[in-house]
Design a protein around this ligand. Structure first.
Ligand SMILES: O=C(O)C(=O)C[C@@H](O)[C@H](O)[C@H](O)COP(=O)(O)O
Length: 364
């Protein structure tokens, strides 16, 4: 069972491939065969590596190429300059060169870190994304790669498109149940900004998604990646409409920074951030009341939170969003909804408007 989405951007064109037993057959992926790399680094983490790296290495060995595995600690803290330097140091010591290939095998953290190493190593080498979580269906597509700075999430990064995104549905079977909701939040986001009917499908099929039913997962991920690919193809480097994919992320990244990276799953923060954005839009007369209500109801139906964590200091969240990458000229910028499926980039939001919304969110 294979399905493929072709993503064409201004700088490249590649396939997002969904199937089963793709790890066992990674050596057959055209994008990998065609570049004939001198060496391959499989970058994974301490959770995914022990589960799947060996299967992939066995497949790559059939290409008679020197393949090595490097694993980083699982979790957001591996998206750091220190871990970035460790990976680059290992590659230099092991003789990787400009014809080498990186394969990022894991969730969003491994994909973002691996992609940024690929974007930077010797000024750039090719890489392949092999996502193994629901959340990573979003972060592995579109070429946004990055690590975190203490003052802001993903503030050290690049746009570096992968040669391919290879999604082996068998790897999702081992996804911890508590990570399902975090990944689904990005699908909810794609529905709110572009394909509202997707949320109704999600609610109808959520019981199967929670059981990690392969067919339902593949359908959900495919539909969500279609939205992602359509928007990225129009605006690869986020000069305009690609910012729509950042709906909910301004407050999400603020929450993640304020709590400490890794303390809250990214998708859970996004779910909360979408309610915040809807409240900001509603109080500014941009987002209709029915859209605000819909966003809250969808979160509840999918067991996603609507409140910020009780321990959080809202002012600290605001301190982080002052460094958000969408801000231009010091103007706080949010993606708000004028209607379901109709996002808008709104600049000049004031910190007091944000604080008011976060205070209101407590009362929901
Ligand atoms: O691909 C995009 O563009 C997105 O904004 C997708 C986000 O869901 C994703 O988390 C992205 O990595 C965040 O982008 P950032 O520019 O806020 O770091």
């Amino acid at each position: 069972m294979f399905h493929t989405i072709n993503l064409h951007t201004s700088s490249s064109s590649y396939d997002i491939i969904f199937g089963e037993e793709l790890l066992e057959n990674i050596h057959l992926i055209k994008a990998i065969k065609n570049i004939k790399p001198t060496k391959v680094l499989v970058l994974s983490d301490t959770v995914v590596g022990p589960l799947y790296a060996n299967t992939m290495l066995q497949s790559l060995k059939q290409m008679d190429i020197d393949c090595q595995l490097y694993t980083v600690p699982s979790g957001e803290n591996s998206k750091s300059l220190a871990v970035f330097q460790e990976v680059v140091g290992y590659m230099l010591e092991q003789g990787f060169d400009r014809k080498s290939l990186i394969i990022a095998l894991g969730g969003g953290v491994v994909g973002d870190l691996g992609g940024f190493v690929a974007a930077s190593f010797m000024r750039g080498i090719p890489f392949v994304q092999v996502p193994t979580t629901i959340l990573a269906h979003d972060s592995s597509v579109g070429g946004k790669v990055a690590i975190n700075h203490p003052l802001g999430k993903n503030t050290i990064g690049a746009f570096h498109q992968p040669l391919a995104v290879v999604y082996d549905m068998n790897t999702i079977k081992t996804l911890p149940k508590e990570q399902i909701a975090s990944g689904v939040a990005e699908i909810v986001k794609h529905a709110h900004i572009h394909r509202p009917e997707l949320n109704h499908w999600l609610i109808e099929n959520y019981h199967k998604i929670e059981q990690l039913d392969n067919k339902s997962l593949a359908t959900m991920l495919y539909k969500s990646c279609e939205v992602k690919a359509e928007i990225v193809s129009k605006d690869e480097r986020e000069t305009g409409v690609r910012a729509y994919l950042n709906f909910g992320h301004t407050i999400a990244h603020g929450i993640e920074g304020a709590l400490g990276y890794g303390k809250i799953p990214h998708g859970i923060a996004v779910a909360i951030g979408m309610v915040s954005a809807a409240l900001i839009g509603y109080q500014k007369g941009i987002t209709p009341k029915h859209v605000l209500t819909h966003i809250i109801e969808i979160n509840k139906a999918l067991k996603l939170p609507i409140h910020l964590p009780e321990s959080i200091d809202e002012q600290n969240v605001i301190n982080y969003i002052l460094h958000d990458k969408k801000n231009i000229g010091g103007q706080l910028t949010f993606v708000l909804l004028e209607e379901l499926g109709k996002p808008a980039i709104i600049r000049g939001i004031t910190t007091s408007e944000v604080l008011d919304a976060l205070q209101q969110q407590k009362q929901l």
